[in-house]
Design a protein around this ligand. Sequence first.
Ligand SMILES: *Cc1c(COP(=O)(O)O)cnc(C)c1O
Length: 343
Amino acid sequence: MTTDTIDLRSDTVTRPTPSMRRAMAEAAVGDDVYGEDPTLNRLQEEAAALLGKEAALFCPSGTMANLIAVLVHTRPGDEVVCESDCHVYNYEAGAMAAVAGVLPRPVKGRLGVMDPGDVVAAIRAKIYYLAQTSLLCVENTHNLAGGTVVDVIRCRELAGAARDHGLASHLDGARIFNAAAALGVEAAEIAAPFDSLMFCISKGLSAPAGSLLLGTGAFIEEARRIRKRIGGGMRQAGILAAAGLVALREIVPLLGEDHRRAKALAEVLADHPVFECRVDDVHTNIIVVTVRGGYEPGETIERLAGKGLLCGPAGGRLLRFVTHREITDGDLERAVEILRDFR
Ligand SMILES: *Cc1c(COP(=O)(O)O)cnc(C)c1O
């Protein structure tokens, strides 16, 4: 890979900023098993305040944070209602089944957004021989649907439907700050109706690793026990948390720029002989396109890579292009040129 390759495979390729590296080098740290890492404690407190939840827990990955939420909210044999293309069901190595012993109950959404009526219809009757539905998972933004946003009203409707039927609700908010930027609301407004949520600092926020799990004080107390049980307890994790604090302060405000660049890319990809997508369906920093008949997805990725533009497979005929902090306006211009002439 040459240095001027334009890497649109994922926002996870973002590297820590110079200011993050400085903060990491200088971070005051301690043993988190004793609750004594001041930087980690600070990140957890700031995250909880920012998202309007009582408490937060730093986890090594989003997958682990989602799994912990499932483990706290359910018992083995329960069912979890989730969108059929969602991350927690499709991209977490079957963790909810393999580790938590629960069954996913997928509900098809429109652009990744479930209808509250469909959610209610998927909830099992309280009969002893039926699997019991105990959790609803909502993904916002929705990754595979193309970074699409679930608006605040729909979040309230979905979490409300869950609550009315005795289910807990969990938000997979890996990219909740992208959703907030796109909707022009505080992330706390999106988070408010849900019992728990997870967000990643390792995606567009550019920190090297980590996710925050948030909820009530009692939820986080139990989550800390489960995190230990599944091997996610850490010691001087303040080194990582330091980057997270910089991410919240310095990178969150920049996400709108990634969205603007994604829109510009979508304009080229929408009216294209090789790709198909709708500009209106691009809400944030992710563009999922369909490769038109006559072109082969894997070969298309390789041919684009040969021209210096990397995108990723998204299953079947789908490809994913993701903008992020390391994609400049100059890169955008070159990407547009490469794509415009691509046949
Ligand atoms: C990346 C991602 C996760 C999981 O995060 P990891 O840190 O990669 O384990 C969960 N949900 C969504 C929507 C994601 O994009």
